[in-house]
Write a protein that binds this ligand. Structure first.
Ligand SMILES: Cc1cc2nc3c(=O)[nH]c(=O)nc-3n(C[C@H](O)[C@H](O)[C@H](O)COP(=O)(O)O)c2cc1C
Length: 157
């Protein structure tokens, strides 16, 4: 299997921390079993220029919403917009295998709402969620989910 390629955005560092641990976990798994893929990261920021992705990828997006309660009043995405715009441009959505969301459960119905919004907007599966920096179990669980989805995506081609 090819490397699992991930595009992400991280404002306060939680997503970056989670993904660095995912990269380390994948490296260990690859040493044990060569069939287990490595993970490669690409961080999107407000400074990232639009580009066309050439390999299938996953998106990891935290949730930053301004206002609203997530189901019957308005809310506005803030801070993470550059990731959504990057993916939407240059036909990149066609190569997006799925989305993993993160957030804080204190936000109740708005928990991980940006990932769920992106899933509907880009018509790609919402694969998993975790809170804040995630736990070691989340890292293992989500590595398994990504591997499974990458092999399904490969066979859908
Ligand atoms: C201003 C602000 C708004 C937030 N809004 C939400 C929200 O609507 N839903 C949610 O699940 N988490 C929300 N969060 C929590 C973040 O998504 C969470 O802390 C996440 O781990 C941040 O990721 P990052 O450190 O990679 O930027 C919010 C955090 C801040 C600071």
């Amino acid at each position: 299997m090819n490397d699992l390629s991930i595009l992400f955005i991280s404002i306060e560092g939680n997503t970056r921390s989670f993904l660095k641990r995912l990269v380390s976990y994948a490296e260990q798994q690859h040493i044990i079993n060569k069939a287990d893929p490595a993970v490669t990261l690409k961080e999107i920021t407000d400074q990232t220029l639009p580009a066309k992705e050439t390999q299938p990828f996953f998106i990891f997006v935290p949730t930053y919403l301004d206002g609203g309660n997530g189901f019957d009043s308005g809310f506005t995405e803030m801070m993470t917009n550059s990731l959504g715009e990057y993916v939407e441009q240059n036909d990149n959505t066609k190569l997006c295998m799925g989305i993993v969301g993160s957030g804080n459960k204190n936000f109740n119905e708005q928990y991980c709402l940006t990932a769920r919004e992106y899933s509907a907007k880009f018509n790609v599966p919402f694969l998993a969620d975790y809170e804040l920096r995630g736990t070691d179990r989340d890292v293992e669980r989500i590595y398994g989910v990504l591997k499974q989805r990458a092999s399904e995506f490969e066979s859908e081609k």
